[in-house]
Write a protein that binds this ligand. Structure first.
Ligand SMILES: Cc1cc2nc3c(=O)[nH]c(=O)nc-3n(C[C@H](O)[C@H](O)[C@H](O)COP(=O)(O)OP(=O)(O)OC[C@H]3O[C@@H](n4cnc5c(N)ncnc54)[C@H](O)[C@@H]3O)c2cc1C
Length: 384
């Protein structure tokens, strides 16, 4: 068992760090304050392959393991979790198109999504179907060689700013097995975008409700087979949970680095903050929890890469743990900055606001516990 990164992986992470420092760090605070969706930054990410890191090479992706994707997202999230998190959602949707799209859909959309020229959103949640996503009510009715989609989606990241929507809609009866997935052009007639939600964080990406009224899509735009949509959505989310956990780990690393620097600069009672043992212990705990979270995320990524049967359980555990630890580390780093941590002059308050939502989306952390407990109690999972 070798837990060290290879030379190649280190070089890949360095490329991501250079991108993050050059393209994200100088602008992240302004994008947050002004609610700017940075399309040019995504285009530049696309040039580096970061828009389709684990999507197949057949559609123009890098075809790399999930573990390598975590290295990129972690470096980026250390300076801008919000922009990075959108890029992870785009990567997830792009992977779904590459994995389950028909030849026509892959050909039409794959290279555009992989290059970052076009961006994608993931549309599962509805006003009355959040945690219980399998009860979704959006319908797709067959009409000759097409489907007509009608219904409402809520909380769609990038909604109104993206070009392709991966939409889960009901083609059959009640429950998850009645759901199919579709690739829907975001400008198709019948699609209406609601008001841009005003949020606590994640301000460099829009979140909007979307309504669909008899939106016509050709049957070839179905991803996978009829009735497979919920399974496909959950497979996307397994990777999505690693990605969101990674965004928390990255933000926590950024916060820890800032706290360490600040403890060395700031003096009170004629001593540096770094000389107070209470703060030394806090920093030590932050570093310990950060390493534990990172290793859990990487373990889950390796399980997904190797197709391990218990990968989903590990993705849920990693998402829950990394997002809880990441948020707490950002809060602790803010506390170490005293009153200055509350000001926009420092990035801490933004890191706190941006990481809070990681505990809520891509399945809340309560739902992550539901998944893990079900595996342990109903399925007799052995986690040794
Ligand atoms: C900024 C943002 C961006 C998002 N982006 C997207 C996106 O791009 N695409 C998309 O499809 N969705 C997106 N979401 C939606 C997100 O995934 C949902 O908000 C989330 O799954 C929770 O659903 P809900 O808000 O309806 O809460 P509910 O499901 O109503 O849950 C309310 C509370 O009850 C708890 N709860 C529910 N069921 C149980 C249970 N069985 N046991 C214990 N506790 C339970 C929950 O954990 C939560 O604390 C986004 C959300 C936000 C805030």
């Amino acid at each position: 068992m070798d837990l060290e990164l290879t030379e190649e992986q280190r070089a890949f992470a360095q490329a991501a760090r250079d991108y993050a420092q050059g393209e994200l760090a100088p602008h992240a605070a302004r994008w947050d304050a002004e609610g700017i969706f940075p399309r040019e930054a995504f285009a530049r990410a696309g040039e580096l392959g970061f828009c389709a890191i684990y999507a197949s090479e057949a559609i123009g992706g890098l075809g790399l393991p999930r573990l390598d994707a975590t290295l990129v997202f972690e470096e980026m999230a250390a300076v801008d979790p919000s922009t990075t998190a959108f890029l992870t959602i785009h990567n997830m949707a792009t992977w779904m198109v590459g994995q389950w799209g028909s030849a026509e859909v892959r050909e039409q959309w794959g290279p555009l999504l992989a290059s970052g020229e076009k961006l994608a959103s993931y549309c599962l949640t509805e006003p009355n179907a959040g945690s219980d996503a399998g009860s979704l009510a959006t319908r797709a009715e067959r009409d000759g060689g097409d489907f007509l989609i009608s219904g409402a989606k809520a909380f769609i990241s990038g909604g109104g700013d993206t070009d392709l929507l991966v939409v889960m809609a009901r083609t059959g009866g009640a429950g998850p097995s009645g759901v199919s997935a579709f690739a829907v052009p975001a400008d198709a007639p019948g699609i209406t975008y609601g008001r841009k939600e005003e949020k606590m964080g994640w301000n460099s990406q829009s979140t909007r409700p979307i309504s669909f009224e008899h939106v016509r899509v050709p049957a070839r735009n179905m991803l996978g087979a009829e009735g497979e949509g919920f399974k496909i959505a959950m497979k996307g989310l397994d990777g999505g949970r690693i990605n969101i956990g990674t965004c928390s780990v990255g933000a926590a690393q950024g916060a820890l680095d800032a706290a360490r620097r600040y403890m060395d600069e700031r003096r009170q009672f004629n001593r540096k903050l770094s000389e107070f043992q209470a703060l030394q212990f806090k920093l030590a705990d932050m570093a310990t929890h950060l390493v534990a979270a990172r290793q859990m995320v990487r373990l889950a990524a390796c399980k997904l890469d190797s197709g391990s049967a218990d990968a989903g359980t590990y993705c849920a555990m990693a998402k829950r743990f990394a997002t809880d630890m990441g948020f707490q580390i950002c809060l602790d780093a803010q506390q170490i900055h005293g009153g200055y941590g509350y000001l926009r002059d420092y990035p801490l308050e933004r890191l706190v606001r941006d990481t809070r939502v990681h505990q809520i989306l891509e399945g809340t952390n309560e739902i992550m516990r539901v998944i893990v407990a079900r595996q342990l109690l109903e399925k007799g999972a052995d986690i040794r």
